[in-house]
Structure formats: C-alpha cells, structure tokens
Design a binder for this molecule. Structure first.
Ligand SMILES: NC(=O)c1ccc[n+]([C@@H]2O[C@H](COP(=O)([O-])OP(=O)(O)OC[C@H]3O[C@@H](n4cnc5c(N)ncnc54)[C@H](O)[C@@H]3O)[C@@H](O)[C@H]2O)c1
Ligand SMILES: [Zn+2]
Length: 401
C-alpha cells in the first residue's frame, strides 16, 4: 500500500505568525471537537483561569511541576503523583479515584493535568473514565508534551511492563502551553522534544525545517524565544494528521516516522525515547536511500537525510545505531549493553546489541504478519506510507551505521 503524505500540506496562515516574545498569546489552534491549543502564560488573562473554576477543579501534578500552579488556582485541590513514567500505573490511577471519591468530584468538576507527558497520559485516563468521563484540560510542561503528548486524544497507562497497554481515546477541552516553564528543563529532555519537532518538520516540509535549523544556540539548545513558534507549528502538524484519523486506523501512522527503527533501538539500548527517535529518523533516511532504485530519488533521500542528521547532531542527539549504544555506556542511561562499551568512547555496536534491536522490532505490537507498515522519508516534506517485508527492515538494523 502506498499513500502520499500530501494532505498535511503547508501551514495555514494563522499558524505561521512568528512569536518573538516567549509564551505571548497568539491565537488558538483548533484541535477539533471544540478543543483549543493555546500558547499563553499559565497565570495570565488567557491562562488557566480562563478555562476552569478553581472551586471545582482538581489539579494533577508532580513534586516538580506543582511549582507551576498559578496563584489563582491555589484554591483548587492539588493531587500529587509520582514523577515520570512511574505515574502511569493502575495503582496511581486508583489512588486518584480515591481522592476524587473523598472530595466529591462530580461532573461539574474539571481536571487540569500540569506536567510532562506522563502526568497528561495518567490524568487524561483518570478524567476520561471517572463517571464515564469528566471535563479535563492539559497544561504541558515539557517540550515533548507541548508538541506531541498533549495532542491526539490518546491517554495511557503502562501494564505488565508494556507501555500504554491500557488507555482511552479522549480529548482535553484545552491545551495550554506556557513556554516559560521550559527554562529549567534538563538539556537532554529538551533535545528529546526537539527530535519530535524535527519529525513533524520532515513530514511538513522545508519551511518548518528551516525554522528548526535556525533555532539552535551554539550550545545546541533551542532558543527560548523561538520555542513558541516551533511548538505552534509542530502542534499544528500533529493536530492536522490526527484530525484525519482520530482513532489511529491508518493515516495517523505517518507520525510513526523514525519510530520503527527508533523503538527497536530504544528497547535494546535503553536510551531516552527522543534520542532513539533521532537515530530512527536518520536510519529511516539511510534505509530510503538504500531501497529507492531511481538514482535521483536515492540522491534526494541521501541529501535530505544528511541535512536531518546535521541538525540532530547539532542538537546533541545521536544519529547512528552505534552512537545509540555508545550513549548507553556514557553513563546517562543504564542499558543492557553498558558493559560491552566499558572503557571506550565510541565503538561499533556489537552484533549481539543489534540482534537485541532486531528482536525488539519483531516483538513490536504493531507488527502484523511478514510485512510492516513503514513511513518512508523520500525527502523533507515528502514522506510516504509503504508496506515492506519485515525482514528488509530487520536486515538493515544489522547493516546501518
Ligand atoms: N498520549 C500521547 O499521544 C503521547 C505522545 C508522546 C508521548 N507520550 C508519553 O509521554 C511520556 C513522556 O513524557 P515527557 O517526555 O514529557 O516526560 P515525563 O512526563 O515523563 O517527565 C519527565 C520529568 O520531567 C520533569 N519535568 C516536567 N516539566 C518540567 C519542567 N518544566 N522543568 C523541569 N522538570 C520538569 C518531571 O517532573 C519528570 O520528572 C511517556 O510516558 C510517553 O508515553 C504520550
Ligand atoms: Zn515519539
């Protein structure tokens, strides 16, 4: 099956306005079903109080993100959950149901999720199942959650070691992103979110991609003043794709760009998701270069792939499978193969590590039979859904740099 990615198209005019002041209010993006995406200060006139009544609100946050609760919402009930992925469990969800019960939370209440993607996934799940679903909104506080996890109407909990095995399709009434909170986000988290922005830009095209190329400081960190524009554009790309395929039945798979190789590397190397996505994006281009027979098409994939790799590298992200496994060792992440790399700065990933990545690919829940739906990047602004033999992708994991 082949399908052109064209409907994503160029951004609409209202989405291209440049925002130079961090978090300045610049109009809403429609998310469908009367929901809006807004960039504005949490405590300003366009902030959380424009959406909820503090007397009838439960704010769900973690120990870090509770610091961002705006003054006007201090009267609301605050429910604290564990930080990071540890929040996404049935037992944490049950503890929240207990709090809802004890506080008499009913259909007149709103839930506000204040945190990264983990808090959003958990809070969205609990709100969308409590009394068969009460009103909720997201105030994402990481770059990844602003441009990815807050959009798309999927909530999720992990179960028996599998990510997002339990969840609902449910959309928040609003998403309110205040980019000022990103100033203290660790650089590695920023880079991970940036990788997903690069993914969106490859799907969308050159203009968005060029914005990202001009957004990095010398240090590789995205400039705070450009983040609102990056988030706005990225969110619009995801929102448009999701609206075409709200229940994830086909077209939405475009958002899997870089994630087939990425997930395999993530599982085997144990590195952060966004870092694995960076490797996955570049590997997908290399793979495209390999399988596109026509000389010109292969050259375009090679050229644009090199441009993508250069940008991700500047952002401090790994771009090869070897670098992914080297990152495992570097101490930031404790993965299975840390020992293999002991004492070396950069080495070739051993075949055993790559076999582990292959095994992860075969185990992927989205695999059906001997073929796999793959998002093939022919170039920046030219991605395509194709069905390919699983073996061709698995083989490439052994060969790619
Ligand atoms: N529902 C979806 O469509 C979707 C899409 C992508 C990802 N996700 C999910 O998102 C989760 C990952 O989310 P994430 O990357 O946002 O990380 P996270 O939510 O796991 O948070 C990571 C850490 O950052 C801290 N933090 C949050 N905001 C901060 C800030 N402004 N400054 C300093 N520290 C801050 C948190 O306290 C936490 O310790 C995964 O569980 C993933 O499955 C969901
Ligand atoms: Zn991702």
């Amino acid at each position: 099956m082949k399908r052109q990615s064209d409907p994503v198209g160029a951004p609409r005019k209202s989405e291209t306005k440049s925002t130079t002041e961090a978090a300045a209010y610049d109009g809403d993006i429609a998310l469908g079903q009367n929901a809006v995406f807004r960039l504005a200060p949490l405590d300003g006139p366009q902030g959380l109080l424009a959406f909820v009544d503090p007397e009838r609100t439960v704010v769900i946050a973690d120990k870090r993100t509770r610091a961002f609760v705006p003054e006007g919402l201090k009267k609301a009930h605050l429910a604290l959950v564990p930080r990071g992925e540890a929040a996404k469990t049935l037992s944490v969800a049950e503890a929240l149901y207990d709090e809802f019960f004890d506080r008499g939370v009913d259909r007149d209440f709103s839930v506000v999720a204040l945190g990264g993607g983990s808090v959003l996934d958990l809070a969205g799940f609990v709100a969308s199942t409590w009394m068969r679903g009460i009103d909720f909104g997201y105030a994402p506080t990481t770059l990844l959650s602003m441009l990815d996890a807050s959009i798309g109407g999927k909530t999720g909990l992990d179960f028996r070691g599998r990510k997002n095995l339990i969840g609902t399709f449910a959309s928040p009434r609003f998403v309110l992103a205040d980019t000022r909170v990103l100033s203290e986000l660790p650089a590695t988290e920023l880079a991970g979110g940036f990788a997903e922005a690069v993914k969106h830009a490859i799907i969308e095209g050159d203009e968005h991609f060029a914005t990202l190329e001009s957004a990095l400081e010398e240090s590789g960190i995205p400039r705070l003043d450009v983040l609102p524009e990056i988030i706005r554009r990225s969110a619009a790309v995801k929102a448009r794709i999701v609206q075409e395929d709200p229940r994830d039945e086909g077209f939405r798979s475009l958002l899997n760009l870089g994630h087939t190789f990425g997930h395999a590397v993530e599982a085997a190397a144990g590195i952060a998701h966004g870092h694995a996505v960076a490797v996955g994006l570049v590997t997908a281009f290399r793979f495209a270069e390999r399988i596109l027979e026509e000389g010109r098409a292969a050259r375009r994939a090679a050229q644009d792939g090199a441009r993508v790799a250069a940008l991700l590298r500047r952002a401090g992200l790994p771009t090869t499978i070897d670098e992914a496994f080297a990152e495992t060792f570097s101490g930031t992440f404790a993965g299975t193969f840390a020992g293999t790399f002991a004492g070396t700065a950069m080495q070739k990933a051993p075949p055993s590590a790559r076999s582990e990545a292959q095994a992860a690919l075969f185990a992927d829940k989205k695999r059906r039979g001997k073929t796999l739906r793959f998002v093939l990047p022919r170039g920046i602004g030219a991605v395509e859904l194709v069905r390919l033999p699983l073996s061709s992708i698995a083989d490439f994991i052994m060969e790619a740099p």
